[in-house]
Each structure stands twice: as C-alpha cells, then as structure tokens.
Design a protein around this ligand. Structure first.
Ligand SMILES: *Cc1c(COP(=O)(O)O)cnc(C)c1O
Length: 413
C-alpha cells in the first residue's frame, strides 16, 4: 500500500475527486485530503511514532506522500513548546505556552506547508510552480523548490518585508514585485497558468499545504502527551494553519489517540488593519467580504480575501472559539514585550496574538489557569521593518559615563 489517502473531497459540497493526479480546486473552493483512518489506526502506534526522527515526517501514515518516495526536506518540524512564566505573569496567566515555529527552516512555519506541497509536486512530476505570497510562503517555496530542482516563480507586493524579497531571489526563485496586494499577485499566477505552464501553489488552491500545516496540530498533541490545550491563538491570514490543526485534532480523535475528548477553543487573530475573517465572524456569516485597503506590519496576515474563509470560520465556531482583531498601532509594543520577557523572537503576527491575549484575559473569556498555546509562526529577525529603533551610541575615544550606561534610554514595552 503506497499510502493511506483514499480520495480528495470538496470542502464546499463533499464531491469526491481522485488523489491520483494533481488537483487544484472544485468550484473555486478548496479540497480536503481524506485518509482511510481505520487502516491508519491499524498501521501506526504512538510507540512507533515516538522513536522516529523528530521531523514532521514522523506522522507519515497521516500524510499524503507515497511511502516509496523521499520527501523534499530541510529537517522541518518538532518545534519546541516553551512555557512562558514571565510573559504569563504579565498577562495574568499561569499556564501560557508558545509553540516556537520561528525555529523551522526558512524562519517560519511556512516550511511545513511548502515542504509538503513541493514534495507532492515532485511526486506528480511537476517541473514549474508559481505562487503569490505575503512574504514567508515565497521564501519557503523558493527554498524547497531549489532543493527539489523545481523551477519557482514568486509574486509579492512591492512592500513585502525586504528579507522575504531577498531570500526568494537568493534561493533562485524568479521573484517579482507587484504594485498591489497578495490578491493581485494571485490573479497574475492564475492568468499566467496557460502561457507559463506552471502549477498554482497558492494557499489552499492545492490540497497539500494544509496537510503540511496539519503537522503543527499532530506535533502539539504529541508534545502535550496526547492532550490538547484549552485555547489556541493563531495569527490568521489564509488560515491554512488553523484549518490544518483543526483537521489534525479530528483525525487524532478518529484514530483514538486523544487521551480525553476536549478540543481547544481556536482563536483566529487578525489586525484591525486587515480583518475580513473577524468581520464575518461578528456578522455571523460563513463567507467573508474582501477587506478594503488592507494594511498591517504583520505582513503574513495581510490577506484581504481568503479562499478558505468558510473553513476558518467553521473551525472557529465549531471549537467554541473567537475571531478577534487587535490594534495595529500596538503590534510593535507586543513584539517587544514578548521578546524581552521570554527571549523568543516573536514575529509581528504572533505579537498580534499577545494583544488578543490581553483582551481575552481582560474580559475573562480566558481564565487565569487555563492552558493557552500561542503560535509564534515566524522569526522576528525576518522583519527588520518591525524591529526598527535607535540604539544609544558610544564614542570609542571618549571617557565612558558608567552611570549613564545603566540609565540609557531603551524602547521597552
Ligand atoms: C503566512 C503567515 C501567517 C498566516 O498563516 P495562514 O495559515 O496562512 O493563516 C501567520 N504568520 C506568519 C509569520 C506567516 O508567514
């Protein structure tokens, strides 16, 4: 048996499609990968997983790649779950954890999704891929494509963080700046399909990126002893990670691996500068209106229209969770707060989650002793624009004022 995938299924209307060839969407909406979970249960045990190498590929039976193929890998997965006593104390929480995805290859959790998508592209013999990106997806796609020897075209807004622009180019992707938003870049990828013969790797337009991001949920469950936390905070752009984790929890429950029935309340966090999902959540709608004039320093969640909007909103509602928008102007402060209290290089997207925590503990929606896991989806170091600040200077030829050193003004939250 090459793998446990049985078929693909439309997330909108349940239509079944074959998984034997490359697929994109059904009626312009995403596909789920479905597995024979009874067979998975028989083939895989917690003990057998426990002794496998610490990468996302340890959950191989719940992943789509043929068993006789090697994945395209940079060693992604098993990011640490770090207890945050000092930040927790600041926020009034005694059981706060950060899952630090900034330690993954290319400095963001995008390596999980793109590692999987590129592995599957290679399985299907695809030679050329293209994608629109808010930044980190482009960097990850470029790196994995380079490793696989696949040609990559990347289109990004011209105000994407500079590191993302340069990493894509350095990794050999044909990288273009577009004077618009990620949705404009997405249109270019769609329109160029015929002329350029590329496979569209856009978020949720092929079914396998979710399966890669799903491993965040599998891994978290394993790291917490096959128990799930009370609350998960996730910075939400296209939503693949949140959707993927919710799918992971469902599959784990179905193979009987969860120690208890409890599922986390999923919190989708956005910035007030771009919060289409929050607006739809508040209006009780299943599909989101495109958000006009999207602007946020948290570039990974600057996604004004998400093709999987209903999948995000379904998961959040089913979980008893929330979608919440935070003050764009305070993101830098939250970044500084979390980084300086814990030493974890929190990206602006995760900083938004710190803001959401402040609000949700303030209203009493999260209780002080609940177990809360916040996802740090990327590394602060990839965002020089968000880290800007002047440092005091020392003149090497002048006498040093030692008292002045301790009193020097530093930005601190
Ligand atoms: C892409 C990205 C997000 C949003 O992820 P989705 O799963 O697409 O919602 C959040 N944070 C960072 C750092 C990202 O690069």
């Amino acid at each position: 048996m090459p793998r446990f995938v049985t078929h693909l299924e439309s997330a909108l209307d349940g239509t079944r499609l074959t998984a034997d060839r490359p697929q994109t969407m059904h009626r312009d909406r995403p596909l789920w990968v479905r597995y024979g979970l009874d067979a998975v249960r028989g083939a895989m045990s917690k003990e057998s997983v426990a002794v496998r190498p610490p990468t996302m590929w340890r959950y191989r039976e719940l992943l789509p790649l043929d068993f006789d193929l090697q994945p395209v890998t940079l060693g992604e997965g098993m990011s640490p779950v770090l207890k945050c006593e000092r930040l927790g104390a600041e926020l009034g929480l005694s059981n706060l954890w950060i899952k630090d995805e900034s330690q993954l290859p290319t400095g963001s959790f995008k390596s999980r999704g793109l590692g999987m998508a590129i592995s599957m592209a290679r399985q299907f013999g695809i030679r050329r891929v293209a994608l629109p990106t808010a930044g980190n997806a482009g960097g990850a796609a470029a790196a994995y494509a380079a490793r696989a020897g696949i040609e990559a075209y990347v289109f990004m807004p011209d105000d994407t963080p500079i590191i993302n622009q340069l990493e894509c180019r350095a990794a050999g992707a044909r990288t273009f700046l577009v004077n618009g938003l990620i949705t404009d870049c997405g249109r270019i990828v769609r329109e160029g399909k015929e002329a350029m013969g590329w496979f569209d790797l856009s978020t949720l337009k092929e079914p396998y990126r979710i399966e890669g991001k799903k491993t965040m949920g599998l891994e978290l469950a394993e790291q917490l002893g096959w128990r799930l936390p009370d609350v998960i905070l996730y910075p939400t752009g296209g939503g693949t990670g949140l959707i993927g984790m919710w799918k992971a929890f469902d599959e784990l429950a179905k193979i009987g691996w969860l120690a208890e029935d409890k599922r986390p309340r999923m919190v989708a966090v956005q910035s007030e500068g771009c919060c289409p999902i929050v607006r739809a959540f508040e209006k009780g709608e299943r599909f989101a209106e495109p958000f006009p004039g999207a602007a946020t320093i948290a570039s990974g969640i600057r996604v004004p229209a998400a093709v999987g909007d209903f999948m995000i909103l379904d998961a959040v509602r089913e979980s008893g969770g929330r979608a919440i928008a935070v003050d764009e102007n305070r993101i830098r402060d939250w970044l500084q707060l979390a980084f300086s209290r814990e030493g974890i290089a929190v990206c602006p997207e995760a900083a938004a989650c710190v803001g959401a925590l402040e609000d949700l503990t303030g209203e009493g929606w999260i209780k002080p002793d609940e177990q809360v896991v916040l996802f740090n989806t990327g590394a602060a170091q990839k965002y020089p624009e968000a880290l800007e600040g002047d440092l005091p200077r020392i003149d090497k030829d002048a006498a040093i004022d030692w008292d002045g050193l301790a009193a020097a003004p530093f930005d601190s939250a």
